[in-house]
Design a protein around this ligand. Structure first.
Ligand code: TXA
Ligand code: MG
Length: 534
């Protein structure tokens, strides 16, 4: 199919779009929120073409777009009384209302539900096309299913060129995220998707409304979605997206400590601090963040980075919608770098007696986090299991449990394989460690201590206020290791030789605790932490 591109200001643009729509075609049209892919809502055949072009799951219903209130009564079985004050205040505009449908609306539009979603857009080109066609227009966002919604005609072209009849180019969308969806069928009304109109604005008209828990949380397994569109992973580039909470200083430090190419998705003026970056709006200005977020998410893969770290959006007004979309883009992956208590790293070569020093910190009220334990937990994560299977062989898992010995043999067979395993597991270990820090703080811990033998190989160094290194003379460590692990001194010597030298550890640490004599070392640790927590 040859897709026509028409500027909305060209004479006859709306007539041309209307003509295609009347004859059962599908046309991408600009709206103030995002571009929509429109078809005659009363023609099941035309509506089916939308699902095919987008690759959209059949159970996800569409919004019907109208240009005047008079078009609504035939579409609904009953006019909700709340419709009039809402329309008065917010229409035309970024608000979608769900009401009981009439028999006129085909099941193809509502995915078999007995309700229909209706919206009156404010973009002049959209309004003119609806008026000229004389039809209610079913229109989802004009992206390929799962991709970020389009806010420019060029985004539509990226996804749907050759798959649809025409694109009407009306410039960049001013709101930038999709409409607010609220169900008027339940009492009180339930907000299903945050958008251009905020909950506070709605409550001015409706009184108390409910916000569906699916707005901020993953659906429970097997839970039925009130709004089917909210259940899919959505808005996602190929790169793994993580949402990062905390000041710019913390964000910058954490991002620069990453071991893989990472794209900073940050605010205006911040991009220059990173090798790869995209900016999405002004810090403190939710409106400008909404306007640019989808374009930024679309550009992420062009940087070639495997990871994208997104600055946490401002939450007021339309910011709630930006947050909701980013959560889905990140598959609910959020890292919160705002700690209330100090964080210390505890590291050192094997055999130096880190564990004993950790116990001293515990006895002073610190939350000592054992990253070896978290590494074991990390390999229970479904995505990590999938990545390990793909890289090191599915036979490593016997009825879902990892054969750790077998993996160690394969992963430590070469430096490349070791790096590959770290790349798969370290982000998850990092995330779990940061979650443990918050849990400890919630329990009233005085500080957090990250006990990590390979701290310097991990981005966790970036969250540490200070790094403590425990050392002991080489001969002493060799004796301890062979005793602890029941291996020969010769074998222990090989292990010690494979590690960083004491001077390398020392250069990267803030504090050294010499652990030749455990009693003196414990006293030194106790003195350090008492001073710190004073
Ligand atoms: O701003 C917008 O709303 C854009 C522009 C083009 O108008 N449209 C849009 O459509 O975002 P779409 O299809 O991408 O999202 C429609 C959302 C989905 O989450 C869908 O599940 C929900 O509305 N929806 C539609 N009909 C529904 C119904 N009867 N009950 C519950 N949710 C419904
Ligand atoms: Mg959509």
């Amino acid at each position: 199919m040859n897709t026509l591109y028409i500027n909305s200001n060209e004479p006859g643009a709306a007539e041309k779009a209307a003509e295609i729509l009347q004859s059962g075609g599908i046309v991408a049209i600009p709206t103030e929120t995002v571009y929509g892919l429109a078809a005659n809502a009363l023609d099941p055949g035309a509506v089916k073409k939308i699902f095919e072009a987008k690759g959209r799951p059949q159970d996800n219903p569409l919004i019907v777009h109208v240009s005047s209130l008079e078009e609504i009564p035939p579409l609904v079985s009953k006019m909700s009384p709340a419709l009039y004050p809402l329309a008065e205040k917010f229409w035309p505009g970024p608000l979608t209302l769900i009401m009981k449908k009439s028999d006129l609306v085909p099941d193809e539009v509502t995915a078999g539900l007995d309700t229909v979603a209706i919206r009156m857009p404010s973009h002049p080109a959209a309004r003119e096309i609806i008026r000229k066609s004389g039809l209610p227009l079913a229109a989802p966002s004009a992206n390929a299913s799962g991709r970020p919604s389009p806010t420019k005609a060029s985004h539509v072209k990226e996804d749907l060129d050759g798959r649809i009849d025409a694109v009407i180019d009306g410039g960049d969308c001013s709101v930038g995220v999709e409409s607010t969806v609220i169900s008027l069928v339940s009492d009180p009304p339930v907000l299903l998707r945050p958008g251009g109109i905020s909950p506070a604005q709605l409550e001015e008209v409706l009184g108390k409304i409910e916000i569906s828990h699916a707005v901020f949380e993953k659906l429970a397994e097997g839970e039925k979605a009130q709004s089917p569109g909210m259940k899919y992973k959505h808005y996602a580039p190929k790169a793994k997206v993580t949402l990062i909470k905390g000041s710019f200083e913390k964000y910058e430090k954490f991002l620069l400590a990453q071991k893989t190419a990472t794209c900073a998705v940050c605010f205006e003026g911040e991009g220059k601090y990173f090798e790869h970056s995209l900016e999405y709006g002004i810090k403190g200005d939710a409106g400008s963040q909404a306007e640019h977020i989808f374009d930024a998410l679309r550009r992420v893969d062009e940087t070639g980075c495997e990871n994208a770290f997104v600055r946490f959006p401002d939450m007021q007004g339309v910011g709630l919608a930006v947050y909701n979309r980013l959560l889905r883009s990140a598959a609910f992956n959020v890292i919160d770098l705002d700690f209330t208590r100090p964080v210390y790293g505890l590291t050192g070569p094997t055999g130096s007696g880190k564990t004993t020093i950790g116990e001293v910190f515990s006895s002073h009220g610190c939350n000592v986090i054992d990253t070896d334990l978290l590494a074991r937990k990390a390999v229970e994560n479904p995505q990590v299991i999938k990545d390990i299977s793909e890289s090191f062989g599915a036979d490593l898992f016997e009825s879902g449990t990892l054969n750790r010995r077998k993996l160690a043999r394969r992963a430590f067979s070469s430096p490349e394989n070791t790096l590959l395993l770290n790349k798969i597991t370290h982000p998850e270990i990092t995330k779990l460690t940061i979650e443990e820090i918050h849990l400890g703080e919630g329990r009233g811990a005085k500080a957090s201590v990250i006990d990590a033998p390979v701290l310097f190989e991990s981005p966790l160094t970036a969250v540490c206020d200070k790094i403590i290194c425990v050392t002991a003379p080489e001969e002493e460590r060799i004796k301890r290791i062979s005793l602890r692990d029941g291996i020969t001194e010769q074998e222990a010597r090989v292990r010690v030789a494979a590690q960083k030298s004491i001077s390398e550890y020392a250069a990267l640490s803030d504090v050294i605790i010499e652990n030749t004599d455990p009693v003196t070392a414990a006293q030194a640790a106790g003195k350090f932490i008492t001073e710190e927590l004073k």
